[in-house]
Design a protein around this ligand. Structure first.
Ligand code: ATR
Length: 277
């Protein structure tokens, strides 16, 4: 019988996951199907129950269900615990194993695909929501010189910095602060993990935050030259990227977890890239 996987969300029409996983299955010759599942906002658990009962092997989880999946899981990986959210599940009997591959996907894209090592670098992360929570430990594991979390609501940035200190295995300095407190500090890698780009807003970041030869990375995908990337370009940054590689890499991590074979992502990234104009 063909193994079944799905992505669950609401809305779900926009999801690229079926395209990505179907392409991965073809190149790795895996006998599987991958579909989209729309769940009612209050019906996550019953839709997943039905999918499992019909032989489903695993799922990706997208908005607004990442917290529902966190509650639904029986076994949470450290990545999901730190992120406080789940983006992939694997079903084995009564067990629901849960992971969050967004952070590891981001780091793999930055370090391997974009050729920008994080070791010894000064990293600035904009935002202190779920995306930042998911990214923190994988970034810290690379051994950057420091990580600064900057957020509109300063207390959230400070709380996340504290959480990172408690959970990291190394001793990378992590600080949380407001945009005003950044002063003229400059960073080698600036990651926009706010949700501002979804509404075409610009976080109140000074252009002086971008060091020469900096990488400016927008975690959102497919929005073209967002206000954040425009700010970076105007500040003279030439290395600009959006989250298409992160999307493909988190999918490859989930695929490898489910199927035991890690697909190459280059073709999928090329297919999904939206020009930054
Ligand atoms: P996600 O799960 O995508 O990270 P989230 O948990 O709602 O979403 O977090 C969104 C983040 O984007 C928050 O850090 C938010 O700042 P506040 O904590 O101050 O609300 C940030 N954000 C959203 N819109 C923003 C804007 N226009 N400028 C700056 N930060 C913004």
């Amino acid at each position: 019988m063909t193994d079944r996987y799905a992505v669950i969300g609401n809305p779900i029409e926009q999801s690229k996951s079926p395209l990505i996983h179907t392409a991965f299955a073809q190149v790795t010759r895996q006998e599987m199907e991958y579909t989209k599942l729309l769940a009612p906002l209050d019906g996550f658990a019953s839709v997943v129950d039905a999918f499992r009962a019909s032989g489903g092997r695993g799922m990706n989880v997208t908005a607004p269900f990442k917290l529902d999946a966190f509650a639904y899981a029986t076994d949470l990986a450290p990545s999901a615990q730190m992120a406080g959210a789940v983006n992939a599940m694997k079903f084995e009997g009564d067990k629901v194993y849960a992971e969050n591959f967004d952070g590891v996907g981001l780091v793999r894209d930055v370090v391997h695909n974009l050729g920008c090592p994080l070791q010894g670098r000064r990293v600035l992360i904009l935002g202190a929501g779920g995306a930042t929570r998911g990214a923190l430990l994988p970034i810290l594991a690379q051994g950057p010189a420091e990580v600064v979390i900057v957020n509109r609501t300063v207390s959230k940035a400070q709380a996340l910095a504290e959480l990172a200190h408690q959970h990291q295995t190394g001793s990378v300095p992590v600080r949380g602060m407001g945009y005003d407190a950044l002063g003229d500090q400059a960073f080698d890698v600036v990651l926009n993990a706010t949700s501002a780009s979804l509404t075409a807003e610009l976080p109140p970041l000074s252009p002086s935050a971008f060091a020469p030869a900096c990488l400016a990375y927008e975690l959102a995908y497919g929005k073209g030259l967002t206000p954040f990337l425009q700010l970076a370009r105007q500040a003279g940054v030439t290395r600009l990227a959006d989250g298409v590689g992160m999307l493909a890499e988190q999918a490859a991590e989930a695929f490898a977890w489910w199927r035991g074979v890690r697909p190459d992502t280059a073709a999928v990234i090329a297919q999904l890239t939206v020009p930054l104009v």
